[in-house]
Design a protein around this ligand. Structure first.
Ligand code: PLP
Length: 403
């Protein structure tokens, strides 16, 4: 894998702020001549005149590129950004967030292994745990999200991998990464954290003891709802294993998408700061509204995970959810009446996105199953965009007044 080691070292050693790292990391690749942006290298293969050099690159004796399923200059540049932002030794990219998750889990979980995770992981991840891994004779233990004692007990029984997500979807539950990593270390388990909701701006799981951190780059990292991707960062040893699985399995990221994500990441710090500030104001506004029953936002002091979130996050993020004082019919009335929102399944974009978990992330569960996860039928997940917060609050206010 090509790495311009000198510059990348300075990027982390000099402790530049994340705003600076997001712009500069991975951007100085000499392959790109004097270009001030990383070009999209849409080349499937890379040609060599010198057969010896080709052989050396193919066998890893020399750095360079051979074939884009393995490595590609535009993708490498993106990998550098997440590597630096997450403070990792190495990083690798995937076609989607789910590809990052499944490739990581399939790399480390073998028949007879045991994984401890949460009931509230993202729907696709949950499907892997409930529908796929049992078929491969992997023992899956899903704990109540936020019940740290239960998780510690399950981890102490022995396990190979601990898989966390925090904050969770859609009720923004918080898991104590440091505490879970300490429990995992005692039994020699690898700790993997899905950091999609927090982003590296608000949370760095590796600094809290996790071994690997992954992202659906489709969300905040890209930030514009126009490209899909997944990213993984961690130690050289672990990332290399997943990279090897990915290059053979073929879930590689296209150069076009890598470019879009890297372009989005240059403004990540600006966007996430604005979205976190706006979400905090919207959460306060909703909390005081008589037609709103509950507001789930880790920045609220009344949120169950507030203290842990305060200790492990730099900001509380741009995601929140709220339930209305009544049934689903109120959601059906409110959502279509909002003007400044796309009613869509994704999150983390410049435009505000919202939807009911019963239609989006938790559509495959029954009402009773959703209730067991603490998801009321009148819940709305709201991903705050970068619009003016006053306009967003006005929009919600107009909609709520009509209920
Ligand atoms: N992780 C989280 C927390 C998500 O919200 C999602 C998608 O919504 C994923 C992973 C999967 O990402 P992708 O849709 O890019 O495969």
């Amino acid at each position: 894998m090509f790495r311009n080691a000198d510059n990348l070292l300075t990027m982390t050693e000099k402790q530049y702020s994340k705003a600076t790292q997001a712009v500069w990391a991975g951007e100085d690749n000499p392959y790109f001549k004097e270009a001030v942006t990383t070009p999209i290298v849409n080349s499937v293969a890379f040609a060599y005149k010198d057969l010896d050099q080709w052989y050396d690159v193919s066998t890893g004796k020399q750095e360079g590129f051979i074939y884009s399923r393995n490595t590609n200059p535009t993708v490498t540049s993106l990998e550098e950004k997440i590597r630096v932002l997450e403070g990792a030794e190495d990083a690798t990219a995937f076609a989607t967030g789910m590809a990052a998750i499944s490739n990581t889990l399939f790399t480390f979980l073998k028949p007879g292994n045991r994984v401890v995770s949460l009931k509230d992981t993202y729907g696709g991840t949950s499907k892997l745990f409930l529908d796929f891994f049992p078929e491969y004779k992997v023992d899956v233990q899903l704990c109540e999200t936020g019940n740290h004692e239960e998780m510690e007990l399950e981890i102490a029984k022995g396990c190979d991998l601990v898989y966390l997500e925090t904050p969770t979807n859609p009720t923004l539950k918080i898991v104590d990464i440091k505490r879970m990593a300490q429990a995992a270390k005692k039994v020699g388990a690898i700790v993997v954290v899905d950091n999609t909701f927090a982003t590296p701006i608000n949370q760095n799981p590796l600094s809290l003891g996790a071994d690997l951190v992954l992202h659906s780059a489709t969300k905040y990292l890209c930030g514009h709802s126009d490209a899909m991707g997944g990213l993984l960062a961690g130690s050289k040893e672990l990332v290399k294993k997943v990279f090897h699985f990915r290059e053979i399995n073929g879930a590689s990221l296209q150069a076009d998408s890598a470019y879009m994500i890297a372009r989005g990441m240059k403004t990540l710090e600006l966007r996430v700061k604005r979205q976190s500030e706006s979400a905090a104001k919207i959460a306060q506004y909703l909390k005081a509204h008589p037609k709103v029953r509950d507001v789930f936002y880790p920045g609220l002091e009344t949120h169950k995970g507030h203290e842990i979130a305060r200790s492990q996050m730099n900001g509380f993020g741009g995601m929140l959810s709220f339930s209305l004082d009544g049934g689903y019919h109120l959601v059906e009335k409110l959502l279509p009446s909002l003007k400044l929102v796309h009613l869509a399944a994704s999150l983390g974009s410049v435009s505000t996105l919202a939807g009911p978990p019963r239609t989006t992330s938790h559509v495959e569960l029954t009402e009773e199953q959703r209730a067991l996860l603490g998801i009321p039928e009148s819940l709305i997940r709201y991903s705050v965009g970068i619009e003016s917060v006053d306009d967003l609050i006005q929009d919600l206010d107009d909609g709520l007044r009509k209920l």
